[in-house]
Write a protein that binds this ligand. Structure first.
Ligand SMILES: *Cc1c(COP(=O)(O)O)cnc(C)c1O
Length: 412
């Protein structure tokens, strides 16, 4: 390798050329903290607290019930419009509501109902557990079977018995990204419905859902979208399906005319039929602040920086941490990975805890992975360099062996 990479001046030169460097000021990140866990929970946008206070005190406090007619309903639509740009979708193809898990349930059932003569849902055995549980439940409800396959076998698992192909684009453990165009095409060639979970994709890929003709997608508001803990999630539905979608959680706000209070359900035209209940106004305000951290930046800029940050981290790990047994398990081809790099080590848990004590925040995924997320809006190349430097300290001084780092917390 080129040894100049091993000097901090290399990171500094990359930071001087970084067209997104200015975006870090959009966040309140504790000083001295190197935050590499934005793939689990994005940091606080700097204007979020003020915006929430305004909605609580001025709107909830003074407007009370009239708030529903003074912008609270529109808040959900405005957030969806901002999100649509990040998904490469049309604004009328996106809603924000519920959690990713709940949205996947609605979407999986609606997708399967479009193919009543088919009996199988295809997914991968390494999918996020919540997705697997939800797909199993949707299948049980509809009398379908879930065909759970090795991620390398997805294409060969799609045949003319398949109603729905439901895949998580970026693997939460390894950061490996599936071929969205190829799998979507294969699903469509077999006349199946394609559902993508974009929990680890939205905000770090140059997504083009409309152009690829993706049928349905769900994703998470609190990871790279910076919407705050438990933020509303999203649903994308291609407009060509809107009038045929029948989702199972038929609440009043997905009704054509909620305030007619009719006894029978009549779905709203368009994507709003995927909504079930009342929008969480405070949480949507925070999500909107999170989405605004993406204003004035383009998806190609974000994607290019995500690839550059993770490339740089991998180069430094190979040079400086591989001697301590830390092994990169994420794909080495940047096109094939998200904005995350995972390192394998038998003591990954303790290593992550020891790094946190040195102000480098990553996380651990069982059984043996240390995960580091490189959100392009606020992680600098200097952060990457410094994080590796701290990991070298953790390893070289065997700090991870200190007993306090072996204590397991409830949430890893
Ligand atoms: C984070 C994540 C979720 C989270 O679901 P919630 O309903 O918000 O708890 C779901 N699926 C995937 C693939 C995720 O990464």
């Amino acid at each position: 390798m080129d040894h100049s990479l091993l000097h901090r001046s290399h990171a500094e030169a990359l930071d001087r050329r970084d067209v997104l460097a200015h975006a870090r000021a959009r966040f309140n990140i504790p000083s001295k903290l190197i935050y590499l866990d934005g793939n689990s929970l994005g940091p606080l946008p700097s204007d979020c607290a003020e915006r929430l206070t305004r909605v609580v005190e001025k709107q909830w406090g003074n407007w009370l019930i009239s708030g529903w007619n003074r912008g609270w309903m529109a808040a959900q639509t405005e957030a969806a419009e901002k999100l649509a740009r990040l998904l490469g979708a049309e604004p009328h193809e996106v809603v924000v509501c519920d959690s990713t898990s709940v949205n996947l349930f609605k979407v999986a059932v609606a997708a399967a109902r479009l193919k009543p003569d088919r009996s199988v849902i295809v997914t991968t055995d390494d999918n996020f557990p919540s997705d697997l549980y939800i797909l199993q439940s949707a299948a049980e409800l509809l009398g379908l079977t879930v065909r759970t396959v090795d991620p390398a076998e997805v294409l060969s698992a799609i045949d003319d018995t398949v109603a729905v192909v439901s895949i998580t684009h970026v693997d939460y453990r390894t950061g490996a990204a599936h071929d969205m165009a190829g799998i979507t095409t294969a699903a469509h060639d077999a006349e199946a419905i394609m559902v993508w979970d974009l929990a680890h994709s939205a905000g770090v890929f140059d997504l083009k859902l409309s152009r690829l003709g993706v049928d349905l997608a769900v994703g998470c508001g609190y990871k790279y979208l910076n919407g705050g803990p438990g933020a509303p999630a999203f649903v994308y539905a291609n407009e060509r399906l809107h009038d045929r979608l029948r989702q199972p959680l038929t609440g009043w706000l997905g009704h054509r005319d909620p305030f007619a209070f009719e006894a029978g359900y009549d779905p709203s035209p368009g994507v709003r039929r995927l909504v079930s209940g009342t929008p969480p106004v405070l949480a949507t305000t925070a999500l909107d602040a999170g989405l605004d951290t993406y204003s004035m930046v383009t998806l190609p800029m974000i994607r290019a920086k995500a690839m550059a940050l993770t490339d740089y981290f991998i180069d430094l790990v190979d040079a400086r941490l591989a001697p301590y047994g830390l092994e990169v398990v994420s794909p080495r081809d940047p096109e094939r990975r998200g904005a995350q790099v995972s390192l394998r080590h038998d003591h990954a848990y303790e290593i992550v805890q020891a790094a946190i004590a040195r102000n480098v925040v990553g996380d651990f995924r069982a059984p043996n992975l240390a995960r580091f997320g490189f959100a392009p809006l606020y992680v600098s190349f200097g952060d990457v360099y410094d994080a590796v430097e701290q990991l070298v300290n953790v390893m070289a001084k065997a700090e991870w062996q200190m007993p306090e780092f072996a204590v397991r917390h409830g949430v890893t």
